[in-house]
Design a protein around this ligand. Sequence first.
Ligand SMILES: [Zn+2]
Length: 228
Amino acid sequence: MKKMFINIIISLVLILCISCGDVSGLEPPVLWETKIIEYKFEKDFEKYPDILIFFLEFFMEVETRVGIKFVEVKTDKPYTLNIYIGHNIGYSTVGKKLNPHIVIPVNIKRRQYGVMAHECLHTLGMWHEHQRPDVEDNLIIFWDRIIKKRIFNYNTLSSDYFPYDLKKYKYDYNSIMHYSSYPPFTKDGEPVFLKKYTGKIISNKCLYPSDGDWAKLKAMYNKFNKGK
Ligand SMILES: [Zn+2]
């Protein structure tokens, strides 16, 4: 009974967070320690074969590079990753959750495949690069240009949210988990942040994870290889 009540509360929180966009929930990520993720495409997916192919190819790449295996299932269980086609914006849960999900905008175009890869990396436990605790050493942020209800996508997080050696795996402007200087969440069309030492903008050209993203993912999951 208590568990059911907790699940209902979690679901309500998720629904509230979903309306904000991009990520749901705010807590340090739980990783998929078995390195197996069961997933399920929700109905209507067959109408979007290009998105389906993206996921299948991306899952294979994650398996090759990080050793995490994605297994398709037909029935829902706790911890089954549900992948939906949504309306306007993409969002996802971060790390292993009771009800993990990825929602892909229906109007996504091929050049926006980076959005799907970004959401997949959230699911694997990665938070935004510009939320690292060392962000102030790397960015000038214009907080007043960020729409208030999106600010949770920018708030600086502690090292607990980044389960790898932050000194070894450095801040990466090319990370697919880094927003551009001109995200949809800006008030006046001005850049919301600039690179600290050069004053340059961060462009939004990432289609796939950077080398740094893959290295961080490997560092996050290598500890689960011990004894195998
Ligand atoms: Zn995100």
